[in-house]
Design a protein around this ligand. Sequence first.
Ligand code: PLP
Length: 372
Amino acid sequence: MSAVATPLLPVYPPTSVTFVEGEGSWLVADDGSRYLDFVTGIAVVALGHRHPAPLAAAHAQLDRLWHASNLYGTHPAAELATRLSDRFGGAQAFFCNSGAEALEAALKYSRKATGKTGAVALEGSFHGRTTGALALTGQPAKRTAFEPLLDVTFARPNDLDSLAAAVGADTGLIVLEPVLGEGGVRPLTSEFVQAAAELAEQHGALLCLDEVQTGVGRTGTFFAFEQLGVRPQLATLAKGLANGLPIGCLLVAEEASGAFAPGDHGSTFGGNPVACAAACAVVDAVDDDLLSAVTTSSNKLSLGLEGLGELRGCGLLLGLELDRPVPVDDLLEHGLLVSKAGDNVLRLTPPLNVSSHEVETALAILQEVLTR
Ligand code: PLP
């Protein structure tokens, strides 16, 4: 492994590995070593590296048209909006380039739609690093140095009283992650999310489910909210949507549409034809067969992780709480890439189409390293 010294702002810890190639669930470093990728660029490469469907779609679009701007129509953005509206059950889409931008769009949309500036989010949540998305992020370590931020009231996850106390007449937006991903892989109960939907309705606020990490099949349904008995007014997507090309999306349910008019919001690169073409191929690939494969692999992983720590999560967004810091480097030396969701929570986000054999390989490495 070779260390890279590059003139990048040091906002990430130094790394000892540089990747040059990816294939399916595997990454290859510049020294030829192969790693089983259970990070997938933090739940982004949903179908695995160089999956033929988004690869062919992106190639074909690269050969045709890269960019025209949102002053004009392009087929890939229109086709992606139609596909996402169908999956959602009737919605309008705004395309941007990242999860944080999708949350910024949700913040602005709720202000315009409700005329209210109050927002409620959860302690431990993560919604992004731009200042609006950071204001919604309930993690002091990430936000304190940048305060004052927009005023947001935080409730405790799965605590109905705390949520009811946080929402009031000035609340225009309630934002929840169905599973708090960065905040320790903590699923919300359907009771809690349903209570949030009721409170939003009572107070004339919009409920936004942030599905940046949980969406596009990651939890075993296209949207995680399908398992919660709730259909929100707003949903945000990003990460897995284009299998690694930058994209973000705000979906506005048809019944909540109408607040934005031309000039209210925009993005130069949003709706980029190449990213949208790849995303159409991803959405088509997330069919019933793939979703049931997610559940099968999730069950196999969960069974194999029994006894190694407290297991949480849903589908292929799993967190294993250990009684010590996650040995990320040790696992890397054994050829397995995992991420952390807090110091002690080992997070597994393999490709949705990870094979049974790859799950067994990962489990063998985890057993060896975690039981030493
Ligand atoms: N929302 C959630 C739930 C996330 O997990 C993340 C990133 O981890 C974001 C928003 C921010 O997305 P991005 O890093 O693409 O801005």
